[in-house]
Design a protein around this ligand. Sequence first.
Ligand code: IPE
Ligand code: IPE
Ligand code: MG
Length: 254
Amino acid sequence: MSLREEINKEKIPSHVAIIMDGNGRWASKRGFSRVRGHEMGVDAVRQSSEAATELGIKYLTLYAFSTENWNRPKFEIDALMKLLVRSVNKERKTFMENNIRLLAIGNLKSLPAKSLTELMKAIDDTSQNTGLNLVLALSYGSRWEIVEAVRNIAQQVAGGFLKPEDISAGNISSALTTASIPDPELLIRTSGEYRVSNFLLWQIAYSELYFTPTLWPDFSKEEFYKAILDYQRRERRFGFTSEQIHKTKKRLFN
Ligand code: IPE
Ligand code: IPE
Ligand code: MG
């Protein structure tokens, strides 16, 4: 049986988030420039988007550029921003053919004007598509996002629209850039690093975490299926006991 056939169609996560890491190491190992690694990473984006589409996953969020990545050498930042424009333009046809809707989260205002224009064009063109929501996290940082949300809520309080005692987890979720997106059930990080690097800190409170040593450009469809299978073998307890979870399942399914 192939890996894909082993996947339980009844237990597909609705949102998978990925920290796409290891492009630089992939390139260095081969004596290439880091930029070449990023270029090869675009193929892996295609692989994961295809796999997600085939499985009927509704949201795939990809961490493409963090607020901290602005500290990288200018040459690398420029190359990444150019690659973004090129890839978005190149993939537009595939997005339409596969009913993919492109979205973006992050401090988009900080992107170079050309990158932002092209990105917005692709978001606009695909806005009526109803298949996979492909969410690019660009100039994204969870702490930046939380600061923005706190500012927004503080303004509502200062304006008399919201009482401090009425602030709820729901208010906070709605003030984040992911307001319209469900929390990810599964977070994948490639390249063998065991950290979250300022990604979706609030949203991953109960996500299953999957770490793989595979470097991002090598993360194929099969690797994606492996992560989904691993997720399906886990028991999500949300603070309850295993026994309680089993009882609830019995009640729900009998
Ligand atoms: C991930 O690969 C892509 C971005 C952060 C833009 P890296 O560029 O971080 O690759 P490594 O971690 O140096 O190998
Ligand atoms: C995380 O990777 C950010 C992205 C994948 C865009 P980094 O390579 O920037 O993270 P650190 O520096 O290893 O934590
Ligand atoms: Mg890295």
